[in-house]
Each structure stands twice: as structure tokens, then as C-alpha cells.
Design a protein around this ligand. Structure first.
Ligand code: PBG
Length: 320
């Protein structure tokens, strides 16, 4: 043994470990996803996501204020309309739940907290798909993309700084970028869900948004078997005008985050999704893992893989 070489030296105290730590998770790197329910008069707990609720307009405004005070990097809004139909028409209502929530929040937090919106139809359609359907029941990609573009403009008009197209339709980023440019919203940031997999780990989210989905999303979201396909999706979104790209889910896809880091210079977001949250919370509630250590380890590993920012339901708690 070479007695001069002792890697353990820098592990001896907490201060030394902190000194040599290669990755940190800062509040500005965390984005809090929230659910806002039209017509709700009190926050409604989501059973499969202990600690997460469907907000009222008032409670989401308070949460945004707390997020701004905690120095978070953003708040991502998902809207639950009172009325769902085949085309998700409530998504294009200027007085709909998302524009109203954006207006309420941005008047409160100003530029201190980037307000972000989900640009997708699954919360608004009665069949639960992320797009409108053809007569035969297939997803009508190009009509859906036109609706996304109108949604994005509506959100930007209400004051959203960042729009997040999550439907995995071909050409969605280009269409949204074009609509934003031609409607006077050239500064609106597109956070593109570029590499989004058809994942079982979105299970609790379906409860969170009262999803009515029958079947699956495998004709638009990606096959978990693939990684080169993600690099292609990322390159396309970059060429179409994305400002930030996302990999989703995070934990089973750390290799995709790493590969993305090595192929794009755009900032990379990773979504620590509802099922990842629920698994850890359930194990912790049973006393099977140490909750806070497991949360810290989860978020650190996503940063280590190469993500610049993380969407996580723990954002506010962790920043505190
Ligand atoms: C679609 C969307 C989903 C999630 C975020 N945006 C659901 C899906 O694609 O089925 C999942 C987020 C999570 O599970 O935490 N609008």
C-alpha cells in the first residue's frame, strides 16, 4: 500500500466533505409543480401524493409567494378545468383556469419567480389524451399543435414567463415559437419536454389531474427501451427554438440526462415525477427509509447526472 494515498482524508468531517462536494442542489435550480383546480373552495389532498394538493386560486397564490421567498427557480402550473370535452376547449378560454392562475400569481411575485405553464390538452379532454382525435380515434398531431400554439400565446398574454409543451407532438416547439414571435411574445421561454417517456411512474399524476385516460400514450411518448431517439428529439427541439430541454422521468433515465448533457449546450431540466415522489413517501411512511436523506440523495443524483434544474414536488420543502 502507498501510505501517502488515502482518499478517506477528505471524508473525515462534515466540513471537509462539504469542501470537496462536487454537486449541490440550490433553491434556484428547483421548480415546484402545482395543481390548480377551477372552482375549488379549499385545497383538496391528493391521496397518492401525500403532502401535495389540488390548489384553489387563493392557495396557489400563497404557495407562489412562499416559493418566491424561498428563492425557487420557478413554479410550473397544471390546470384542472371544471368542464372537459373532446377538444379540450376550456384550454383556449382566456378566462380559463390557467390564465387566471397565471394572472393571480404573476401580479403577486412579479419577476422574482418565473411563472411556468403546462401546454398540453390531457387535463382538458374528456378522453384524457394530450391531443384532439381524428374520426378513427387516432391523435391528430397537426391540429393539436395548432391548439398548443394558441394556448401558449394565451399563457404568455396572461403573464407566463415560460411555457412547457409536454404533449410530445411532432413540431410542437416550432409552432409555439412561431406563434409567440408573431404575437409580440418573443421573450417567452420555451421549456420543451423533449425526451418524455411513456412511463408507469406518472400514475399518481393521473389522480392529481383527475385524468380520464383510457389506454396509454405510447403513440406519442417514447419507448423506455430507447436512448438515441431521445437525442434526436432533443436536437429537433433545439433546432425548432427550445430554450431549455427536459428529460422525463428522472430516476430511471439518469443515463439519458447524462447523454443529453454531452450532446446539447442548452440548459437541461429533469422531472422528478409523481411516481418517484410517491414511492419514496410510501417507503418513508412505513419507516423503511430515512425520508430526508433519501430526498437529498435523489435530488443530488439527478444533478450529478447532468441536470441544471429539477422539477420536484419537494422543491419548497427542500429549499427551506
Ligand atoms: C402531461 C403531463 C404528465 C405529467 C406532466 N405533464 C402526464 C402524462 O404525460 O401522462 C406527469 C408528471 C408527473 O407524473 O409528476 N400534461
Amino acid at each position: 500500500m502507498n501510505r501517502a494515498v488515502r482518499p478517506r482524508r477528505t471524508r473525515a468531517t462534515a466540513a471537509l466533505r462539504g469542501l470537496v462536494a462536487e454537486h449541490r442542489v440550490a433553491p434556484q435550480q428547483l421548480i415546484l409543480p402545482v395543481f390548480v383546480r377551477e372552482g375549488a373552495t379549499a385545497p383538496i389532498p391528493i391521496t397518492s401524493m401525500p403532502g401535495v394538493v389540488q390548489h384553489t386560486l387563493d392557495s396557489v397564490r400563497q404557495t407562489a409567494t412562499a416559493a418566491a421567498a424561498a428563492g425557487l427557480g420557478g413554479i410550473m402550473l397544471f390546470g384542472l378545468p371544471e368542464h372537459k370535452d373532446a377538444t379540450g376547449s376550456a384550454a383556449l378560454d382566456p378566462a380559463g383556469i390557467l390564465p387566471r392562475a397565471v394572472t393571480a400569481i404573476s401580479s403577486e411575485v412579479g419577476d422574482a419567480l418565473p411563472v411556468m405553464t403546462d401546454v398540453c390538452l390531457d387535463e382538458f379532454t374528456d378522453h384524457g389524451h394530450c391531443g384532439v382525435l381524428t374520426e378513427s380515434g387516432a391523435i391528430d398531431n397537426d391540429r393539436t399543435v395548432e391548439i398548443y400554439a394558441q394556448m401558449a400565446v394565451l399563457h404568455a398574454e396572461a403573464g407566463a414567463r415560460v411555457v412547457g409543451p409536454s404533449g410530445m407532438m411532432d413540431g410542437q416547439v416550432a409552432a409555439i415559437r412561431d406563434a409567440l414571435e408573431t404575437s409580440g411574445h418573443a421573450e417567452t421561454v420555451i421549456l420543451a419536454y423533449a425526451a418524455k417517456y411513456a412511463s408507469a411512474f406518472y400514475g399518481p399524476f393521473r389522480e392529481a389531474v383527475d385524468s380520464s385516460l383510457q389506454g396509454d400514450r405510447k403513440t406519442y411518448q417514447q419507448d423506455p427501451a430507447n436512448i438515441r431517439e431521445s437525442l434526436r428529439e432533443i436536437a429537433l427541439d433545439e433546432a425548432e427554438g427550445a430554450d431549455i430541454i427536459m428529460v422525463k422521468p428522472a430516476l430511471g433515465y439518469l443515463d439519458v440526462i447524462r447523454a443529453a448533457r454531452e450532446t446539447t449546450d442548452l440548459p437541461i431540466a429533469a422531472y422528478n415525477v409523481s411516481g418517484e415522489y410517491a414511492m419514496l413517501e410510501a417507503a418513508a411512511a412505513n419507516g423503511w427509509i430515512e425520508r430526508e436523506r433519501a430526498i437529498a440523495e435523489t435530488l443530488t443524483s439527478i444533478r450529478r447526472a447532468g441536470a441544471d434544474m429539477i422539477l420536484t414536488y419537494w422543491a419548497l420543502e427542500y429549499a427551506g
